[in-house]
Design a protein around this ligand. Sequence first.
Ligand code: SF4
Length: 334
Amino acid sequence: MYLFVYGTLKHNCVGHQLMGNATFICSTRTSRKYAMVDLGPFPGVVHDKHISLITGEIYNIEYGLLCKLDDYEGKWYFRSEVPMENGMTAQMYFLKDIPSSKKDKSFLIPSGIWEDKMDEKAKGTVENILCTKKNLSPGHQDTLAYEVHNNLYLNITNRCSARCTFCIRDMADGVYGYDLWLSREPTLEDMITHLRALDLKKYKEIVFTGFGEPTTRFSVLLSITAWLHEQGIKVRLDTNGHAALINPGTDVVGELINAGMDAVSVSLNAQNEELYDSLCKPVFAGSYQAMLSFARQCIAAGISTRLTVVKVPDVDIEACEKIAKDMGASFFAR
Ligand code: SF4
């Protein structure tokens, strides 16, 4: 029986002695994409999320030893047979779910290689990494929603997984005269109460945007979207496309579809990863690829998708437009 291991059971890793008399066969990768998540001292792989091929080692193992490893992996994991890139099939452990105690301490490893986990010093919880602090002006009142051009824009967070060099947050306190810094993040109840008092049917679209990345509040975003969708109101998400990195272990596009999201506008921002990293300074490694993957998945799922760029030096507008067109997205340069 073959077992494929990708984390601490690998050669030279802390749990390898548990492999006992199992015989090393080869190093290889899975032939299908999954999502590897760093849970601290060990990784997990999410079966139903398709980010990257997983790199690991195949061992020939006796059934009795496999049962002992099942006990070692414990209640968080299940085992399934999967095809490998080299044509073999092997048993592999998958996460049943991200454990609740790890939910805000888990990070996607976009390469699918356990050794590529983020430097410990660069880590923090999602809350710590993404928080933006701002001193509010005297008499400040939070703006939860504001009208522009027949749309209603929702402002649910000031946190973001990027630090774009052109971010308006570094130049102003808001847009169109609305101060968009928040004294605290509004709860779902705050938002619904606020929206109930408005004539929502008069807007062309209701748009999640704001002084931050809306998918840092994914469950609130989904609940509001579903509530609006039930009323037949068109909903759009303006996003940096990092949702899968911010919410590891979540099928973000599937959840958006289920909630009834009609459209997304994704910040492409650059024609290549190097420029993107220098312009957007993303918190998570692999953000450019994650953003492109998010856009592709939205298109495949039937969500109306637009890619946008900001006209700043070094951004090749034509090349960016080609990326959008090749993908099947519309394009907007501002
Ligand atoms: S993604 Fe948007 S909110 Fe976040 S830093 Fe960039 S421009 Fe600002």
